[in-house]
Design a protein around this ligand. Structure first.
Ligand code: ADP
Ligand code: MG
Length: 237
């Protein structure tokens, strides 16, 4: 476990609907090493978002005695309370979604600094770090702007900066370029890759670079990762 950031075993997920049940994930396992970049590809509807949400504790796997999600620095997650899981997400995981999920009424500095508010021990320098991150993603001239005053690509750069604010150990990105034109999408991924490896330099914190798990439909983005896993029939291979 020592060089792993996350080790998930025997994850299944069944959605129970009035019209019947569908088993979306069927006993998959995954290990992610510290600093590793892993791509997940697979057809639409194959369960990629469900898998990412479960690994990030936003959703629960089916109950089974074999199932475990171990987060290296925390331990087993599946039995944690909702409050502990929320704290874990804020402290250790950065999320990037296809549709940005920014707060429209806040300026972009406050958006980026927001996950710091969820920490038990808040960083008094969070605003300075948010500004440094926004400068690093090329938005240093737009600090007073609100999300809807920015383009889609710019909003996603804000979301990338927000994912990095608490120096996470793992970044989960669900089709982060899915709403963007190819060139803008490429630039977002370049920023995500280069910033996550430079992260220890931002704000002077000495932390290991985070691992990155990215769902993508774009082959050349997947090929930039250390490993490509395909989700098919509920299993990752
Ligand atoms: N909350 C839900 N309730 C019921 N079915 C769901 C729910 N979320 C996803 N699904 C179903 O699970 C399957 C996988 O969805 P998803 O994880 O979003 O796939 P992907 O991200 O690969 O496109 C789809 O058939 C979808 O309709
Ligand atoms: Mg999806």
């Amino acid at each position: 476990m020592s060089d792993l950031v996350l080790s998930a075993k025997h994850i299944s997920k069944t959605y129970k609907l009035p019209s019947g049940s569908i088993k979306v994930l069927n006993d998959f396992s995954i290990d992610i090493k510290q600093g590793e970049h892993v791509a997940i590809v697979g057809k639409s509807g194959s369960g990629k978002s469900t898998a990412l949400h479960i690994l990030g504790t936003l959703d629960k796997p089916d109950k089974s005695p074999d199932t475990s999600i171990n987060f290296a620095s925390v331990g087993e997650l599946t039995k944690l309370s909702e409050n502990r899981k929320a704290l874990l997400r804020a402290e250790k995981i950065g999320f990037v979604f296809q549709t940005y999920h920014l707060m429209p009424e806040m300026n972009i500095v406050d958006n980026v600094a927001l996950p710091n508010m969820a920490l038990k021990k808040r960083n008094p320098q969070a605003k300075e770090r948010a500004i440094a991150l926004l400068e690093a993603v090329g938005l240093g001239e737009r600090l007073a702007h609100k999300p809807l005053e920015l383009s889609g690509g710019e909003q996603q750069r804000v979301a990338v900066a927000r994912a990095l604010i608490n120096s996470p150990e793992l970044i989960l990105a669900d089709e982060p370029t899915g709403n963007l034109d190819p060139a803008t999408g490429d630039s977002i991924l370049d920023i995500l890759f280069s910033l996550s490896s430079k992260l220890p330099l931002i704000g002077g914190e000495q932390k290991a670079p985070p691992a990155l798990l990215v769902v993508t439909h774009t082959p050349h983005i997947a090929e930039k990762c250390d490993r490509i896993l395909t989700l098919e029939k509920g299993v990752l291979n």
